[in-house]
Design a protein around this ligand. Structure first.
Ligand SMILES: Cc1cc2nc3c(=O)[nH]c(=O)nc-3n(C[C@H](O)[C@H](O)[C@H](O)COP(=O)(O)OP(=O)(O)OC[C@H]3O[C@@H](n4cnc5c(N)ncnc54)[C@H](O)[C@@H]3O)c2cc1C
Length: 499
C-alpha cells in the first residue's frame, strides 16, 4: 500500500519546496504531479534549439546576503543554479508609443532613484516617497526581510489601500505614475484592485537586484527534486489526482485518474484552492468555506509568443521591456478586444551568457479567458482548425503591435509559436488559465488571502495562492506552510543557520 506522512499534490515551486523542507526534516513525503515534467511554471521547453521559460523569467533580491539568496541557500540551490545579473542600469525598461524615451529601472535603490530622476528632474521628492514606502512595507514583513516574528501578516493599511491611489498622492506627473506602475504585469495589476502591498513587495524585490537564469528556470525544480529524492522522498510524474477521499472529517487518501490510492497522515495541495476543493465531495466541507473558495476572483490570463530568431540577427539586451500603447498602464489588463494588445512584455533570451545576439524572445500580453471560451471543451493538440486560425490571427496582430515599437522586427524571426489561456489552463490545471492565481484586491482583502490551514484538519495549502505569487512569495509561502507542521521559530532558525 502507498502510505506516507505527507502526500503533496502538484510539483510547482511551492510543492517542491514544501517537500524539500519536510523530507529534510525526516518525514516520508510523496509528491504527485500530473504532467510528465516537474516544476509547474518553472518548466522550460525547447523550440529550434531555443530554451524558453514558461513562467519564471527573472528573480529578485538574489545578491549574496539578500533575502531570496538566503532562502535559496537553505534549499541548497545557490551553488547549483546558473544565473546572470541583469543590466545594472536597466533590468526593466518601460516605454510608450509616441514617446522616444525609454524609462529604465536600475538595480539598487540609489541607482534606481538616480536613473528615474534623470528623466523626471522635478520629481525627486516623489521618488523619495515612492522608494521609502516600498522599503517600509517590505521591511515590515519579517519573512520578506529574513527575520523571525510570530506575527508575519502585512499591516492592514498595506492590503486595504491601492497602489494607484498612493501614486496619485505623491505626484501629479502622469508619465511618472505610469512609469512607476509600468511593470504591473508582474502582478497582473488592476487600478481599482491592486494593493500597495503586492506592488511594493514585488518591485522592492527586483530593485534590490535582478537575475535571470542561464539555460532556463527549470534548474530550480530539477535541483529541488534531486535533493528531495536524496532525503528519501518520492516524486511521481504523470500522476494526476482526481479525488481526495474524506472519512470522519479527514482526508484518507488521494486517488489518481488511474485509480491508484495514496494514503497519508497529511495532505498538502500545491494547486489552486478552487481546484483543490473540487477534488473533495462538496457535502464534506463547511458550506461557507466551500463557497468562499469557489467564488474567489482570479488574475487574468495571457497570450504568449515564443519567437525563435535568425542567427546573428537581433542584438541581445540584458533587460526586460514593458511597452504600452497609451499613457495609462492600467488599461492593459482591461483591454477591449478591438484594441488588443494594449501592452506587451518582451524578454530576450540568449544561448550562452556572453553571446552578442539573442536566439529567441518571449513576448507576453494579457488575454481574457472569454476569448477562448468557445474551445473550452477541447484538449491540447485537439482544438480544431478554427482555434488554430484564431491563434494565427492573434500572432499576426501581436507582431504588428511589436513592430510599432521595433520596426521590421519580423525580418529577424525564424519561427513563431504561441500559447493561449487554454494552454495555461491545461498545463497548470487552473480552471481559467489565470496567470498568478488569486487576485489580491484591496477592496476585499479577506477573500484575497488564504492561510495554509484549511477547514479540513489534515489538508494544508502551499504555492502562489497562499502568501503571494512569484518566486519570493512562493518560497516564503512554503516556509509558512511547513511551519504549520514544524513551528515557525524552529524552522526559521534552521534556515538561518544555513546562511
Ligand atoms: C507567464 C508567467 C511569468 C512569470 N514570471 C515570473 C518571474 O519572472 N519571476 C517570478 O518570480 N515569478 C514569475 N511568475 C510567477 C511564478 O512563476 C509563480 O507564482 C510560481 O511559479 C507558482 O508556483 P506554484 O507553487 O504555485 O505552482 P504552479 O507552478 O502553479 O504548479 C502547480 C503544479 O500542480 C500540478 N497539478 C495541477 N493539478 C494537479 C492534479 N490534479 N494532480 C497532480 N498535479 C496537479 C500542475 O501540473 C503544476 O505542476 C510568472 C508566472 C507566469 C504564469
Amino acid at each position: 500500500m502507498n502510505k506516507f506522512d505527507f502526500v503533496i499534490i502538484g510539483s510547482g515551486l511551492g510543492g517542491l519546496q514544501t517537500a524539500y523542507i519536510l523530507s529534510k526534516e525526516g518525514f516520508n513525503v510523496c509528491v504527485l504531479e500530473k504532467n510528465k515534467k516537474l516544476g509547474g511554471v518553472t518548466q522550460n521547453f525547447v523550440r529550434d534549439g531555443v530554451v524558453f521559460d514558461t513562467g519564471i523569467h527573472y528573480i529578485g533580491s538574489y545578491d549574496k546576503g539578500q533575502v531570496l539568496h538566503n532562502y535559496f541557500k537553505y534549499f541548497n540551490l545557490t551553488e547549483k543554479l546558473l544565473v546572470k545579473k541583469m543590466d545594472e542600469n536597466a533590468f526593466d525598461v518601460v516605454s510608450f508609443d509616441n514617446d522616444e524615451n525609454e524609462y529604465a529601472y536600475a538595480n539598487g535603490y540609489d541607482n534606481f532613484r538616480r536613473t528615474i530622476i534623470e528623466k523626471f528632474p522635478k520629481e525627486k521628492l516623489a521618488l523619495e516617497k515612492y522608494t521609502a514606502i516600498l522599503q517600509e512595507i517590505s521591511n515590515s514583513l519579517p519573512l520578506f526581510n529574513f527575520e523571525y516574528s510570530n506575527n508575519v501578516s502585512p499591516k492592514i493599511e498595506y492590503i486595504t489601500h491601492g497602489i494607484s491611489d498612493f501614486l496619485d498622492s505623491i505626484t501629479k506627473n502622469e508619465r511618472l505614475k505610469n512609469v512607476l506602475a509600468g511593470t504591473n504585469m508582474l502582478y497582473a495589476g488592476e487600478k481599482n484592485k491592486t494593493p500597495i502591498y503586492a506592488h511594493s513587495v514585488i518591485n522592492n524585490s527586483f530593485i534590490n537586484s535582478s537575475y535571470k537564469f542561464n539555460g532556463g528556470s527549470e534548474q530550480i525544480a530539477n535541483e529541488l527534486a534531486n535533493s528531495i529524492k536524496s532525503f528519501g522522498g518520492t516524486i511521481l510524474t504523470r500522476t494526476e489526482v482526481n479525488k481526495l477521499e474524506i472519512t470522519e472529517r479527514k482526508i484518507d487518501f488521494a486517488q489518481t485518474t488511474t485509480g491508484e490510492k495514496f494514503f497519508a497522515d497529511n495532505f498538502i495541495s500545491n494547486i489552486h484552492p478552487k481546484q483543490t476543493f473540487g477534488l473533495i465531495s462538496r457535502e464534506k466541507v463547511r458550506k461557507s468555506y466551500y463557497n468562499r473558495v469557489v467564488n474567489v476572483e482570479n488574475t487574468i490570463s495571457y497570450f504568449n509568443l515564443y519567437i525563435t530568431l535568425k542567427e546573428n540577427s537581433f542584438e541581445y539586451k540584458n533587460s526586460n521591456y514593458f511597452h504600452y500603447k497609451e499613457n495609462n498602464v492600467w488599461v492593459a489588463s482591461s483591454y477591449s478586444i478591438g484594441k488588443w494588445p494594449q501592452f506587451f512584455m518582451f524578454i530576450p533570451t540568449q544561448k550562452n551568457a556572453n553571446d552578442k545576439y539573442a536566439n529567441g524572445v518571449n513576448v507576453i500580453t494579457y488575454m481574457k479567458f472569454e476569448e477562448v471560451q468557445k474551445w473550452a471543451d477541447t484538449s491540447v493538440n485537439k482544438r480544431g482548425d478554427e482555434y488554430l486560425a484564431f491563434k494565427h490571427k492573434k500572432e499576426e496582430q501581436f507582431l504588428d503591435a511589436i513592430e510599432l515599437k521595433l520596426p521590421n522586427f519580423r525580418k529577424h524571426i525564424k519561427n513563431v509559436y504561441s500559447s493561449t489561456p487554454l494552454t495555461v489552463r491545461d498545463y497548470i490545471g487552473c480552471g481559467d488559465g489565470s496567470m498568478y492565481g488569486i487576485m489580491k484586491n484591496f477592496n476585499n482583502p479577506l477573500s484575497s488571502y488564504f492561510t495554509p490551514k484549511t477547514k479540513v484538519p489534515n489538508l494544508l495549502l502551499t504555492g502562489q495562492n497562499t502568501v503571494l505569487h512569484g518566486v519570493l512569495g512562493v518560497t516564503i509561502g512554503s516556509v509558512l506552510t511547513s511551519s504549520e507542521v514544524l513551528g515557525l521559530e524552529y524552522l526559521f532558525n534552521k534556515i538561518r543557520n544555513t546562511i
